[in-house]
Write a protein that binds this ligand. Structure first.
Ligand code: HEM
Length: 480
């Protein structure tokens, strides 16, 4: 054995013990939750990330709850953290004013000054602007563009194929929808360049944030600069069109935000608006694509549920011409399809949890959470809790027939409280539009029956879900 090994082992044992005493001394007057902070900086990060990657995170949380109870301290993502579990904990984390969204170095560098970095009055202004832009009436006006993007995407990537790999296609579809609706950027070379650069940004977000040439983080930063340049130009073009009276606030996100600024509703610069547009895309396309991917994965093994969805969608199509786009009324009638989507969100929530930082000392259930510590809740904990959902692991959309039977803060795929996802209506609508065309035109089989999935950190089938396709009919006129 190497002579330095015993020393390293001793150090590995001693450091957590020393840290334990330092923390105990520093917070001697605090009633800290049970649990260990583990090794400095690393803490339980590796073990949690490993559990996410092997999709055993639910068991990981359960093991902690068994050992320490529903509130425990640990150390993840570089800081001491308190894990809170259960509906009351969800409510506490979502609505506590003294908890702010934890900023990561990578997100800050790549996205810039988006809503995630704001607090106080500025946060209120920007949150209300984003919510206003993504509200139902705005989404209603976007359905035509969503419909166009979905049909174009299917004609280009699905029609005539014997097999397709769902996850990358779903990502590309939700990316194109946001580009078209939110940025006002249709198909073409600019959108292709944006797609390549956003992919690099997502990879950088998940990498170690060290800015050395050729690292993922370095490539992500270069991509972010290029994206910013393109979006800045789009924003300036919209500003010019607005001044000449050639556009209205409903046209896209940039125009909407510029109109609000001229009315004095907020004081964001073009640069800030660009940062928030980048956040909308990053928050929106990976999440909705996970929902579409897993919907198709479940439906492949659930012929009865697929049959009912198809019936609902055919009924909607019956009164429409073959190339007539879907309307808000049509989407509102897709009630069963949305229940199946909710069941998918319940079993596989695209976002694994909410991470906040305490801006002052706070208390939860008699425990103190010191200023600067993180607070973390994992969405899956209540979603898979048999106290709130009968047989939670069974894929059963019928549980959403009576939504009032679900206790508050138990079903939280979109978060909750003042920072709840403002894009939920947008996500619902684009998912339903996509399902309308997919279930009517295709039947599919999983190429790999037992394909598991990892969370990295968003859920992703291990092989990205290759499927065999069979065409049912051609319900609309090809746009190509
Ligand atoms: C199935 C799809 C989606 C899911 C499951 C989802 C989930 C979430 C969750 C859980 C949060 C809160 C995170 C927290 O509390 O820490 C969130 C925030 C956010 N989401 Fe979504 N999201 C989806 C789609 C979208 C879409 C399509 C958009 C935009 C077009 C969007 C924009 C945002 C933004 C801007 C925030 C941050 C809000 C704030 O900080 O106040 N999301 N999302």
């Amino acid at each position: 054995m190497d002579s330095s090994m015993p020393f390293a082992l001793l150090l590995a044992l001693l450091i957590p013990i020393l840290l334990h005493f330092v923390i105990r001394r520093k917070y001697s007057s605090y009633n800290l939750p049970p649990g260990s902070l583990g090794f400095p900086v690393i803490g339980q990060s590796i073990s949690l990330l490993r559990a996410l990657r092997s999709n055993t995170d639910y068991q990981w949380y359960q093991d902690r709850i068994k050992k320490y109870g529903p509130v425990s301290k640990m150390s993840v993502f570089g800081s001491p953290t308190v894990l809170l579990t259960g509906p009351a904990a969800n409510r506490f984390v979502f609505s506590n004013q003294d908890l702010i969204i934890t900023e990561t170095k990578a997100a800050n560098a790549l996205i810039g000054q988006s809503i995630l970095t704001l607090s106080g009055e500025e946060l209120k202004q920007v949150r209300s602007a984003l919510q206003g832009y993504l509200r139902t009436e705005m989404v209603t006006k976007c359905i035509r563009k969503m419909d166009e993007e979905v049909r174009r995407h299917i004609d280009l990537n699905w029609v005539g194929q014997k097999t397709v790999t769902v996850a990358p296609l779903a990502k590309r579809l939700t990316f194109d929808i946001i580009c078209s609706v939110i940025f006002g950027q249709g198909a073409g070379p600019i959108r292709e360049a944006l797609a390549a650069d956003f992919k690099k940004m997502v990879q950088a977000m998940l990498s170690i944030p060290v800015n050395i040439p050729f690292t993922k983080f370095n490539k992500g930063l270069s991509a972010s600069r290029r994206v910013r340049k393109v979006l800045r130009q789009i924003a300036r073009d919209r500003e010019a069109a607005l001044q000449q009276g050639h556009s209205s606030s409903a046209d896209d996100f940039f125009t909407y935000m510029l109109v609000l600024r001229s009315e004095g509703t907020h004081s964001l610069t073009v640069e800030d608006i660009v940062d928030n547009a980048i956040l909308l895309l990053l928050a929106g396309y990976e999440t909705s694509s996970v929902l579409i991917t897993f919907l198709l994965r479940y439906l492949a093994n659930e012929p009865d549920i697929l049959g009912k969805i198809t019936e609902e969608q055919e009924e909607i199509a019956r009164y429409k011409g073959p190339d007539e786009p879907l309307t808000w009324d049509d989407v509102s009638r897709m009630k069963y399809t949305w229940k199946v989507a909710m069941e998918t969100l319940q079993t596989v929530p695209p976002i694994f949890g909410s991470l906040r930082t305490a801006i002052k000392d706070i208390e939860y259930q008699g425990y103190h959470i010191p200023k600067g510590w993180q607070v973390f809740t994992a969405i899956i904990i209540t979603h898979l809790d048999a106290n709130f959902f009968d047989d939670p692991n069974k894929f059963n959309p019928a549980r959403f027939h009576n939504q009032s039977s679900v206790p508050p803060y138990c079903f939280v795929p979109f978060g909750g409280g003042p920072r709840m996802c403002p894009g939920n209506e947008f996500a619902r609508t684009e998912t339903l539009v996509a399902m309308h065309y997919l279930v009517r035109q295709f039947r599919w089989k999983l190429c790999c029956k037992d394909e598991g999935y990892r969370k990295d950190p968003v859920p992703m089938p291990l092989l990205e879900l290759p499927i065999e396709l069979e065409t049912r009919s051609s319900p609309w006129i090809c746009l190509k």
